[in-house]
Design a protein around this ligand. Sequence first.
Ligand SMILES: Cc1cc2nc3c(=O)[nH]c(=O)nc-3n(C[C@H](O)[C@H](O)[C@H](O)COP(=O)(O)OP(=O)(O)OC[C@H]3O[C@@H](n4cnc5c(N)ncnc54)[C@H](O)[C@@H]3O)c2cc1C
Length: 264
Amino acid sequence: MNIIVCIKQVPETTEVKINPQTNTLIREGVKSIINPFDMYAIEEGVRLKEKLSGKVTVITMGPPQAEAALREAISMGIDDGILISDRNFAGSDTWATSYTLACAIKKINQNQGKLDLILCGKQASDGDTAQVGPGISVHLDIPQITFVKKIEEINEKTARVERMTEEGFEIIETPLPVLFTVVKEINEPRIPSLKGMMRAKSAKIIHWTARDIDAEPKHIGLSGSPTNVVKIFTPPPRTGGQKISGENREIAEKLAELLKSEIT
Ligand SMILES: Cc1cc2nc3c(=O)[nH]c(=O)nc-3n(C[C@H](O)[C@H](O)[C@H](O)COP(=O)(O)OP(=O)(O)OC[C@H]3O[C@@H](n4cnc5c(N)ncnc54)[C@H](O)[C@@H]3O)c2cc1C
């Protein structure tokens, strides 16, 4: 089975700070880690390879330092790591990001033969949009199943999975190739072994630029990004509420008065 796992390097904090002038994330001084949800995608890819044999490749689009994330994934049992990095990708929104990752996946497909499964995390802890996984599947014109909590069965042609919903879960069958985004209920990521860490240290990371993956300049970076960020800001901390006490009728009347005065 040929599996690709998409991972993103993110700041090790959920309190992301924004530069008000440029509307971009302030990354300086913040340690980078693999997006926590992507750890479950890595683990699931490795488990499937161990069960069914085949190859599992991890890819990331990011700056040169994102190589560290690929090495960490390799230490957990991933076979190959590919870094997609190019100055021309700067300013990519989720649409341009998913287009770029889809171009890289097409190239892997050309090199390695039939692709079976793409795994993504359910969302990134910094951007938080949960759009990149579904975007990749649209660009590749393959089915997608989001919020996968269990792969019940998978063979060379089909898969049956449990997909988490607010009320419980759905069971969905799909033909392959397919893209899944996974939730943390799917597994427990392993701690890398010493052997894995040694392998990761010396593993050769493949680097691809926009040209290597035949990405069209008009679809990448800022010019390929239809999203227009008008303003980004940190919401002010919540102030304390107002407590109304008394008998039920009294509370209702006071509340109605308060709402009226707020409106006017
Ligand atoms: C107009 C605009 C300009 C932007 N400019 C920049 C910029 O210059 N630099 C910058 O760093 N960000 C920039 N961003 C943010 C960037 O678009 C997002 O970080 C990126 O598209 C991923 O979106 P997300 O974080 O919401 O991921 P989600 O959609 O929440 O991620 C879901 C899953 O997709 C996969 N995934 C997501 N991103 C990647 C990736 N890069 N590589 C591999 N797999 C991935 C992972 O499996 C992840 O779990 C910009 C955004 C906008 C709207």
